[in-house]
Ligand binder design. Structure first.
Ligand code: ADP
Length: 491
């Protein structure tokens, strides 16, 4: 099968969060299974060019219709750890992708509407006719809309679209300008509740809604999150649209790329280990302490890695730091915040805790350090308010780091409480779970984890080993996505 992924991220060259990991990992798995996969991305100025091999200009004359005129683009091709990627570079005064950031600009709607148009135009003009176009999140929600409303009539009538929603919170809310810019035009037609009109703001278009309405199959990234999106506020206003399209909507758990996230081969950690040599993990703990100037002492390390965002339960992250210290643990945090209020808060905490030999807060994005933290910590807290799938808990399991998670989204599908999960046999349980968003709930789960570490080291080690036994690779999800592709190709 010939599959083209159109996305705003692909790890490690462009990564703001889990989306990048998924685009890379899924593509790799699909290729291993004998499919041809290509990935189309924006050519951002700030991406990690050091992770691209053989970057060269593949198409010089891509003219993309825009506001009744056309913008000249170049398309670059290169290999990102074995995956073929095409990077679109527009030459216009808008400088859509030369902003020193991936997201967060006032005109993000226009930037990604343009990217969608350019990606389709590239497929059309270069005569690429994939069996499947796989799009991700609001940034590519207009691809199926334009494919089935415009490009279908220019020789792209056989393409089928799978649309994956990684986060319902950001939907791409835009005004009528999008229609004029992209050539969709027909205001009355698209401002219809059955098409792109936002369910709550009658004056706005909703890209993600367009993605749901027009795609042949829609997925989100875990079965429990699919249920939440249907029936709770987590659907962020799209529950009704999902109900209308429920026959094509499913939750599929993400996977982890075990070539990249694997303590046996991880090139960013100093000491490799397997379940049979778990004791070597202690050397990584020592290396982590040396790197972050934590004191060498007989205490567990509790970690947090992730965006510092209300989604991630920052009030609980903050509390976890002080509670861990109070309970005789060390704490390591690696996180970045885009919201200035949250950013300022954690910088304040960092300076307050600066001299504490049991705590280190690293604010920013640091891929290399994240690997050492997974390998060197004993526990990982994931206290999210909502979590579509969550990769950090799955990565932690692989590194023998025991997750302490809140019972939302994909965390429910992947973590099984050591003490209370009656549906899972004791030898299959792999972490700790709490339910409410108050401090007390988090504390009780942390108490149990830290208590086990101190009082029953053997039992704690056994729990870590049970986590390492889980297979959250792309093997299962890869097969599931292929089944969906097969199904929509037959329509
Ligand atoms: P989300 O996609 O909501 O950000 P996920 O748990 O799905 O969260 O994926 C997070 C990914 O990003 C993981 O691979 C995690 O290790 C990585 N990550 C998050 N924050 C950082 C950071 N500050 N530095 C390095 N890696 C990070």
């Amino acid at each position: 099968m010939y599959i083209v992924q159109i996305a705003s991220e692909c790890a490690p060259v462009i990564k703001a969060g889990g989306l990048g990991d998924v685009v890379y990992g899924l593509s790799r798995e699909l290729e291993i299974r004998g499919n041809c996969v290509e990935i189309i991305l924006p050519k951002y100025d700030c991406m990690r060019y050091d992770h691209i091999w053989g970057l060269h200009e593949a198409y010089q004359e891509l003219w993309v219709p825009w506001y009744g005129a056309a913008i000249h683009c170049s398309v670059y091709c290169g290999w990102v750890h074995g995956r073929v990627c095409f990077f679109i570079e527009p030459h216009s005064q808008d400088n859509f992708f030369d902003r020193g950031c991936y997201y967060g600009c006032d005109d993000d709607n226009m930037r990604f509407a343009f990217f969608n148009k350019a990606a389709l135009e590239f497929l059309l003009q270069s005569n690429k006719r994939p069996d499947i176009i796989h799009c991700h999140d609001w940034q590519t929600g207009l691809v199926p809309v334009m494919l089935f409303e415009i490009y279908k009539y220019h020789g792209m009538e056989n393409q089928r679209v799978c649309y994956t929603i990684h986060n319902f919170k950001h939907q791409g809310i835009a005004g009528v300008d999008t229609l004029w810019a992209t050539g969709l035009n027909q205001e009355a037609y698209y401002f219809d509740y059955d098409r792109l009109r936002d369910n709550f703001n009658p004056f706005a278009l909703n890209y993600m809604k367009g993605g749901i309405v027009y795609s042949n199959a829609v997925t989100t990234v875990s079965p429990h999150h699919a249920w939440e999106a249907h029936y709770t506020e987590v659907g962020c206003g799209l529950s009704h649209t999902l109900h209308l399209h429920q026959d094509k909507f499913r939750g599929l758990l993400n996977g982890i790329d075990y070539d990249f996230w694997n303590p046996e081969v991880d090139r960013y950690i100093p000491h490799h280990y397997t379940p049979d040599t778990l004791d070597i993990k202690a050397k990584n703990k020592q290396a982590l302490r040396e790197r972050l100037l934590l004191r060498e002492t007989d205490k567990p390390i509790v970690a947090y890695i992730g965006r510092l965002d209300t989604q991630k339960g920052v009030h609980l992250v903050h509390h976890a730091i002080y509670y861990a210290l109070e309970k005789g643990a060390q704490f390591v945090l690696l996180g970045s915040a885009t919201e200035s209020r949250i950013n300022a808060h954690f910088w304040h905490e960092k300076s307050f805790l600066n001299e504490n030999p049991d705590c280190h807060l690293e604010l920013g994005f640091n891929e290399e350090l994240s690997h050492l933290i997974y390998a060197g910590s004993d526990m990982m807290v994931v206290p999210s308010n909502y979590e579509p799938c969550g990769l950090t808990q799955m990565i932690s399991l692989k590194y023998g780091t025991v997750p302490i998670v809140r019972s939302v989204g994909g965390l429910v599908n992947t973590i099984f409480d050591r003490d209370y999960d009656e549906n899972t046999p004791p030898e299959k349980r792999n972490g700790y779970m709490f339910h409410h968003t108050d401090f007390h709930a988090l504390e009780s789960a942390m108490d149990r984890a830290i208590g086990l570490w101190y009082n029953s080291p053997k039992a704690f080690r056994q729990l870590a080993l049970q986590g390492m036994e889980y297979d959250y690779s792309w093997n299962n999800p890869g097969g599931n996505y292929l089944a969906i592709y097969d199904c929509i190709r037959a329509t």
